[in-house]
Design a protein around this ligand. Structure first.
Ligand code: SF4
Length: 721
């Protein structure tokens, strides 16, 4: 590659900040600001600024590894790929196709996620595929689909946030998870709007709020119901909107009215006057939003919890109105796109349902296979991991590190160890890759071209900016080679633009319709919001109607544009909701306790989360010296009253113990946490691994585990080092 600057996007979170990458003559790469991208306007957090460090061959994998005599040793690509294909074939022959598992990641580009889903269903013939995004946003996705008929993280651009009247931010800490976005909330307040933060901790984000509600973990469903009760009691509902644009209000209203403010105060610990203040602040302005993140979503009742917040928005006439509505702040870099194109257990590309006969016909047509040959829905992420070594005997894993990031992680680690065969494709030798029989070193963000879809539903082009090390290949190459070895010679191209062309055709007419998007448009327009159907025209007739007409209409040449371009859809639901009757649906929900309430043996609640200098399982960011210096290891936040009761001093080593195991880390004493709750960040492996403790109890709809709440006790071990 030449030493010119390439505009691209950060590899980490769903904000997908724009940045410029410049290879330096002396070696290495410089990351610089890119003010033309409207989401971050040049700002980057420390993770983004340091992202290029992980491109260094010193920090990452540069050759395939195979296990010999219990050790991973370097091997050639042919040997490594042959070994994977042979072992997958042998397992399939002995146990059947569903004994093969595939586990993807929310950081994979759209092209990779799409190809991985196709590979599982067409080449392996297995139903057993899911991905780590199930752990992130699936409850919001389920609740959004249930209410609006469609799931897109934000139904409006982030630039709408400063112009609205009030934002309720629920279980989200953008000051640490996506710092450049904080300016939207600062500008909201500068413009006279108000910010309400709902979080058990007084986070850096909560410190910016006009009102901070600090409910006990796992009770924000009751909190939302209490607010809706007050909205009704104070006559603040929007009756015309409810009549014209929704269904199901009477049932949802009746469910909310059972949640009296005093009852809600008892459940949540949030005083009634604060509930009344929140209702006043949310209802007074003409426009308002509720934004949720992992807090309400990562619960065994996450879908209903998000649903309760959506009901509050609907009752006050917010969704589908200017500068208003409900949105989910997705987490992983391609958390949104990764859940649209087929690496989910129940899904086909374009956000189609795998159990929908018309969807199967459409996608099978694009893939050139018999619809009846496509497997049905498989297990969700945790259920798949839990089945390893029993029903699922071999696993191909791409871009995920469940040894650190999965709930009940020690059990998941033991399940991974019990597999007949594990192959991992990753950039670094993660804790999960260390358990593999074969490890494939793959290219990463700045070394390859591909698309991601940000939390706004904005499809973006990440361009290749540097040449990868010689021993490294792309994930698309891996799937192409494995498909060929397993007998499928065609249909797995290695050129990402060619894959995107096929993805466009597969998505045409689906809820997440990308058929009108091309790489050229993405480069010229700073991204395009889906849905973006191919416009009716000489070669585009019928694409928006979906199904087979769309197949014939779209060009095979991915660079070709047909007819007048659809502008994309920055704002959803303005005229109607994509439900059969065009109305949003209230869903009645009621409070229920977490799956594991405190008791005499485990009297406290643990909640988990992130710190600003580490990303997800830390597989990349823990390798960067600057980020490690800023956040070197885990800690346990204790309120001073709890610390006094336990006899713990700041810095003491403490053990947090749950029914699933024990994690040890230094105590950090702070009034930012409730006295009945302890907090641990989850980025580290080893004795401080927070996910050793977490509860895999699943939401019945989204199959999301309850990361945000479990019962624990704390034991003081003695002074720290
Ligand atoms: Fe990257 Fe997210 Fe930081 Fe932006 S906020 S620089 S996308 S990690």
């Amino acid at each position: 590659m030449e030493n010119t600057s390439t505009p691209t996007h950060c590899p980490y979170c769903a904000l997908q900040c724009g940045m410029n990458i410049t290879p330096l003559p002396q070696g290495g790469v410089e990351v610089t600001e890119r003010p033309d991208f409207p989401v971050n306007r040049g700002a980057l957090c420390g993770k983004g600024r340091a992202a290029a460090e992980v491109l260094s061959p010193a920090l990452r994998l540069t050759a395939p590894l195979v296990r010999e005599g219990g050790r991973l040793v370097e091997a050639g690509w042919t040997e490594a790929l042959d070994r994977i294909a042979e072992r997958l074939s042998a397992v399939r022959e002995r146990y059947g196709a569903d004994a093969l598992g595939v586990f993807g990641g929310g950081g994979l580009t759209n092209e990779k996620a799409y190809t991985l889903g196709k590979f599982a269903r067409v080449v392996l013939g297995t139903s057993q595929i899911d991905y780590n995004g199930r752990f992130c946003m699936s409850s919001a996705a389920a609740a959004g689909t249930r209410a609006f008929g469609l799931d897109r993280g934000l139904p409006f651009p982030l630039e709408d946030v400063p112009k609205t009247g009030c934002v309720i931010l629920v279980g989200s800490n953008p000051a640490e998870t996506m710092p450049p976005s904080l300016r939207f909330f600062t500008e909201l307040r500068d413009n006279g709007g108000t910010l309400i933060v709902v979080d058990p901790r007084r986070t850096r984000t909560a410190e910016q709020a006009d009102l901070h509600l600090a409910p006990r973990p796992g009770t924000d469903l009751a909190l939302a119901l209490g607010l809706l009760h007050l909205v009704v009691a104070e006559g603040r509902t929007d009756e015309e909107y409810i009549r014209e644009r929704t269904t199901g209000w009477e049932e949802a209203r009746a469910a909310a009215m059972a949640h009296w403010p005093e009852y809600v105060e008892r459940i949540t610990g949030v005083p009634v006057p604060q509930l009344r203040d929140a209702v006043r602040m949310f209802c007074a302005p003409e426009s308002a939003m509720v934004l949720t993140a992992r807090g309400p979503e990562q619960q065994s009742k996450g879908t209903d919890t998000v649903g309760a917040w959506i009901n509050l928005c609907l009752a006050t006439g917010r969704p589908g109105r200017p500068l208003s509505g409900y949105g989910c702040l997705t987490g992983q870099g391609n958390g949104q796109g990764g859940r649209e194109h087929g690496q989910k257990a129940d899904q086909l590309p374009g956000y189609r349902k795998l159990d929908d006969p018309a969807a199967r016909r459409h996608v099978a047509g694009v893939w050139g296979v018999d619809p009846d040959s496509l497997p049905g829905p498989g297990r969700s992420a945790y259920e798949l991991l839990d089945a390893l070594g029993t029903d699922v005997r071999a696993l191909l894993l791409m871009g995920s590190n469940p040894v650190v990031s999965a709930p009940r992680a020690a059990h998941v680690e033991q399940r991974l160890r019990s597999l007949d065969f594990l192959a991992v494709a990753d950039v670094v030798l993660s804790e999960t890759a260390q358990l593999a029989d074969v490890v494939l070193p793959v290219t990463q963000w700045a070394e390859e071209t591909g698309t991601t879809t940000s939390l706004e539903g904005r499809v973006l082009l990440r361009r290749q900016a540097v040449t990868p090390p010689p021993g490294v290949r792309s994930d698309l190459y891996v799937l192409h080679e494995l498909a060929a070895r397993l007998g499928v010679e065609k249909g797995f191209p290695t050129d990402p633009e060619e894959v995107f062309g096929e993805l466009r055709r597969a998505s045409a007419g689906g809820p997440a319709d990308y058929s009108g998007i091309t790489y050229r448009r993405l480069a010229e327009e700073n991204g395009v919001f889906w849905p973006c159907p191919e416009q009716p025209g000489p070669r585009g007739t019928g694409a928006a109607d979906g199904e087979d007409a769309a197949l014939d209409a779209l060009p095979d040449d991915p660079a070709a544009d047909a007819g007048a371009a659809h502008p994309g859809t920055p704002r959803l639901f303005l005229d109607r909701f994509p439900t059969p009757d065009g109305r949003a649906r209230f869903v009645p929900v009621v409070h229920r306790p977490t799956a594991e309430e405190p008791d005499a043996a485990y009297p406290l609640l643990l909640t988990t989360g992130r710190v600003v200098s580490q990303y997800q399982s830390g597989a990349q960011t823990r390798r960067v010296a600057e980020l490690n210096a800023a956040a070197p290891g885990p800690f346990v936040e204790l309120h001073p009253r709890l610390a006094a009761r336990l006899g713990a001093a700041d810095g003491d080593r403490v053990a947090v113990v749950s029914r699933r195991g024990r994690a040890v880390a230094p105590a950090r004493i702070t009034t930012a946490i409730r006295p009945d709750t302890v907090f641990m960040p989850f980025h580290w492996p080893g004795e401080g691994r927070a996910n050793t403790l977490t509860n895999p109890a699943l939401d019945p709809t989204s199959r999301m585990p309850e990361f945000k709440s479990c019962a624990v006790r704390v034991e003081v071990l003695g002074p720290g080092e």
